[in-house]
Design a protein around this ligand. Structure first.
Ligand SMILES: [Zn+2]
Length: 337
């Protein structure tokens, strides 16, 4: 039984929902001598992002949610030490401004959350990117716990990554470090990446939607051949659909899962060679695609990693959907500790 440490109010702002909850870190942080101590998350609330209403609307509803949560904390005697934010897009942790965002969040770029939160609270506020927060969570209290250099890769709707060194997020000169989806991969040539390129990035063929798109492209190519014979499967709805078809033994789906995971593994091998991490943590919906995916990922990694990097553990994340909230709490804790 661990002793409770400080409690932070955390937010995870994504494209479809804004999650919030109170995260109580164990006393002593992520120290090795309390290896089983886990953060406790309570009073979780979520509201839809309603991205199409624009960035101003998101900011206003976010700060309203913050005020509600703080009122609940005051009513229930919960002492809050600070506010941690895991934000979609590329946030500037120093100024609180969102410096870049995709078309999924119109008007999100340019929002300043530190200024917005200052209107409702005097508590210290610290913001990092959502993928960075995920990495901080896994590095502090998940699959990367106790390891010095953690490379965290998220494979879901998109692909992102984070580099955590001794408990701190490595953000790069422009806050862009860790964009693991935007590295070259021949398999991605001709597929439109979320960054705008069609020259061959890994994300459009290895994310969840990427698995679907790769499958449907091959299906189209196959059925384009005259008299292919037999029944042609319907296009896949999403990555999970492709994984299901592969588990059912469908050859086309199995080939897509294998090629996609292998290509991603090769990219991760390259990242491993560059960073030389102690552990590589892979999370997100796609890691549930099964052993076929994992085996191909590990093969691709082994093929591309240098001999000294090859034995690096490549493991599944442990925190699941709570990782960004936990990581946001870790981020603000670190910023004021
Ligand atoms: Zn890209």
């Amino acid at each position: 039984m661990s002793i409770a440490g400080p409690t932070y109010l955390a937010f995870d702002i994504g494209g479809t929902k804004i999650a919030s909850g109170f995260v109580t870190l164990p006393a002593g942080g992520a120290a090795d001598d309390v290896a089983d101590a886990r953060p406790a998350t309570s009073h979780e609330r979520a509201i839809p992002t309603e991205a199409s209403r624009g960035g101003d609307s998101i900011r206003e509803r976010l700060t309203a949610l913050c005020a509600e949560q703080l009122a609940w904390a005051a009513d229930n005697g919960v002492e809050v030490s600070g506010i941690g934010i895991a934000a979609a897009g590329v946030p500037d942790s120093a100024t609180g401004e969102i410096v870049s965002a995709t078309d999924i969040l119109p008007g999100w770029k340019g929002q300043n959350l530190y200024r917005a939160f200052a209107a409702v609270t005097d508590l210290p506020v610290h913001m990092v990117g959502d993928v960075g927060a995920h990495g901080l969570g896994e590095a502090g209290y998940g699959a990367g716990r106790g390891r010095g250099i953690v490379l965290s890769i998220g494979v879901g709707t998109g692909i992102g990554g984070a580099i955590v060194i001794d408990g701190r997020l490595f953000q790069g000169a422009h806050g862009v470090a860790g964009h693991a989806g935007h590295v070259p991969a021949a398999l991605g040539e001709g597929f439109l990446c979320s960054c705008g390129t069609t020259r061959g990035h890994i994300e459009p063929v290895a994310s969840g939607t990427g698995l679907r798109d790769l499958y449907n492209r091959r299906l189209e190519e196959r059925s384009g051949g005259a008299d292919s014979g037999g029944t042609v499967p319907a296009p896949a709805a999403d990555g999970a659909d492709v994984a299901r078809r592969a588990a059912d033994g469908e050859a086309l789906a199995r080939g897509v899962i294998e090629d996609s995971a292998r290509a991603l593994g090769e990219c991760i091998g390259g990242m491993g060679n560059l960073i030389d991490p102690d552990v590589i943590v892979v999370s997100g919906s796609v890691v549930k695609a099964g052993p076929l995916w994992w085996d191909a990922l590990r093969e691709g990694f082994a093929d591309s990693a240098l001999p000294l990097v090859r034995p690096t553990p490549l493991v599944e994340g442990l925190l699941g959907g709570d990782a960004p909230l936990v990581g946001a709490a870790v981020a603000v804790h670190r910023s004021i500790a």
